[in-house]
Structure formats: C-alpha cells, structure tokens
Design a protein. Structure first.
Length: 102
C-alpha cells in the first residue's frame, strides 16, 4: 500500500511579498510614524518630519516603504499630499500575524 504524496505547494513569490510587508512594520522609526499618523489622523510629510525631528528625505523614504506595503495611503488636497493609516490593511496584517503566532 503506497500512499501518493501531494507535492508541497508554497508560493515563494507571495512569501517574499509578505516578508517585505512585515519588514516594513518591523522598524522602530516606521513604528513611530505609524503611531503619529494614528494619533493625528492625517499628516503631510513636512508635519511628520518636523514632529519626529527627521530629515525630509529620511521621512519620505520611510513613508514610501509604508506606502508600498499598503500600510499608509495618500490623498491629495490642493497642493498638499496627506498620509493616513490604511486601517483595513493593518487589520489584515494583524490577523495574519495572529494566525502565524498561534
């Protein structure tokens, strides 16, 4: 009696994408940015770098990482671009992390 074994199916491309999302969250400065955005609702990059005492380029680079991960989103109002938390994405990430850590 030989049992056929199903081949192991792992979507390595999606694993890599998921790792990038988690890596975006696993950074002290980006965690501070998330906390500030959560407290304020929405902010411009200028407001963020002034409040966190950062260089503008540093703030922009980290916001771009959070945006690519879907953790923050942008909205334009006139000449200003505002950043805000994407709560649906954060809830989804939290649910996945909870599943992984059970």
């Amino acid at each position: 009696m030989s049992e056929e074994k199903n081949p192991l199916k792992i979507d390595y491309l999606n694993v890599k994408k998921a790792a990038l999302v988690l890596r975006a969250l696993n950074h002290k400065l980006r965690q501070q940015m998330i906390q500030v955005l959560d407290a304020q609702g929405k902010m411009t990059v200028t407001e963020i770098y002034v409040q966190l005492r950062l260089e503008q380029s540093v703030a922009s680079q980290h916001l771009a990482i959070l945006r690519r991960a879907g953790i923050v989103r942008t909205e334009r109002e006139g000449k200003f671009v505002y950043y805000r938390i994407n709560p649906e994405r954060v809830d989804n990430i939290n649910a996945c992390v909870e599943q992984l850590t059970k």
